[in-house]
Design a protein around this ligand. Structure first.
Ligand SMILES: [Zn+2]
Length: 400
């Protein structure tokens, strides 16, 4: 295959997570055992250093009807508000009629914050259910896949284009990036928010690797991609979302000066060899070790008669459960807030999901799959901790 970013054929296997089901399809009872499995392998490009999956599950399968709602967690919604206020104040305060386009706009959480600031908003969301929820709450949302063809049909330009957590999903990477350039006003700013691969590696957060995430970005390789489309990052910072995400600010090439904080982030990647193949190989070794440690912990807990529930049923949790081989021999259920997942089972390991407010007994241990909300989870569940329930975090993200 060719590198998805630079077209090079100089790719090499870095991380192999085996064969995994598509992790965003929680199963109905009658679907158990019928789910297809696909290879989950990360290749490294020796030319542009992009880490990427070699196997693509078709986007129509992956994004037709997902059940992830971004409005559901307070910390994420707060983050989206901060992003909206920050970009408005820095770049568009003096402009009267201003507009924003959100790619992968989910239930409209990000756009609501722009609407409050007086923006004309438009969302593009591929999930039918989620787009409907957004439209019903007053956020105009097209139920489509974003690409150059859609931009040409819309024939409209925007002050701000936002893409949070979708830029690594994209099968049509170059068409999407070209579409962004085309739809961005001359003085416009494209805000790209993505999981920071450097952090994933440092935190051993390998559960962020799954079929929907085709690409894994550090600044170096996303800048290769942007530059190919005459776009340029001029500012970026690291936010504590999902264990460490980059919020990058991009504009047409040569339009704005590169900030000091972006320069220091770039330098840190070089100093810490974040874009070297050897770093990825070390990461793969440490994940193997982590698997053994987790299995030993769960095995010992079970031997001591402990009752263990999973905390959260996030999509990424399925990568971890399937790679570790953790199923109902350890976890009785996965306790989850999102009611769209009621009565469903985790793909691959078939652990039943129970809605949080309907849990009828307490476990001795909560094995926390939604580790990226560690602070929030510990704060909200102090009453359980006081009763002696242990919260075990398989991934412990560093503070940002
Ligand atoms: Zn490449």
């Amino acid at each position: 295959m060719n590198c998805r970013v630079c077209d090079s054929t100089n790719l090499e296997l870095a991380v192999d997570l085996g064969s995994q089901p598509w992790c965003n399809h929680f199963l109905k009872l009658e679907e158990i055992g019928k789910e297809p499995f696909y290879p989950l392998r990360v290749l490294y490009c020796h030319d542009c250093s992009t880490a990427q999956l070699d196997y693509t599950v078709k986007k129509e399968i992956m994004f037709g009807n997902h059940t992830y709602l971004s409005g559901i967690t307070k910390s994420l919604s707060d983050h989206f508000r901060t992003v909206a206020q920050d970009i408005d104040q820095r770049f568009f305060l003096d402009i009267q009629t201003k507009s924003v386009l959100d790619i992968g706009s989910n239930d409209g959480t990000q756009l609501k914050h722009f609407q409050e600031l007086g923006y004309e908003v438009l969302g593009v969301e591929s999930s039918k259910t989620t787009a409907k929820i957004a439209n019903e709450s007053g956020i105009t949302t097209l139920n489509e896949f974003f690409n150059l063809e859609l931009v040409q049909r819309l024939n409209r330009k925007f002050h701000i284009i936002n893409a949070a957590g979708v830029f690594f999903h994209l099968e049509e990477l170059h068409s999407v990036t070209e579409g962004i350039r085309e739809a961005l006003l001359d003085n416009g700013v494209f805000v790209v928010q993505f999981l920071y691969m450097k952090r994933i590696v440092e935190n051993l957060a390998f559960d962020q690797i799954y079929h929907e995430h085709l690409l894994y970005y550090n600044l170096k390789n996303i800048e290769v991609l942007l530059n190919r489309h005459r776009l340029e990052m001029f500012d970026a910072y690291l936010a504590p979302i999902h264990g460490g995400s980059i919020v990058g600010f991009v504009t047409h090439k040569g339009k704005r000066q590169v900030s000091d904080r972006l320069q220091s982030l770039r330098k840190a990647e070089i100093d810490e060899q974040s874009n070297e193949f050897a770093t990825y190989l070390k990461f793969a070794e440490r994940i193997k070790q982590m698997r053994l440690e987790n299995l030993a912990y769960l095995e010992a807990s079970k031997k001591h008669g402990k009752k263990i529930f999973g905390f959260g049923a996030p999509v990424k949790g399925n990568t971890m459960l399937n790679y570790f081989g953790v199923g109902t021999q350890y976890l009785d259920c996965l306790v989850e807030k999102n009611e769209l997942r009621r009565n469903l089972y985790s793909p691959g390991m078939h652990i039943p999901i129970v809605i949080e407010k309907e849990v009828s007994s307490l476990p001795n241990i909560y094995y926390v799959l939604a580790w990226n909300f560690k602070k929030e989870i510990l704060a909200n569940n102090q009453h359980l901790i006081d009763k002696g329930v242990e919260f075990y975090f398989p991934v412990n993200p560093r503070e940002v």
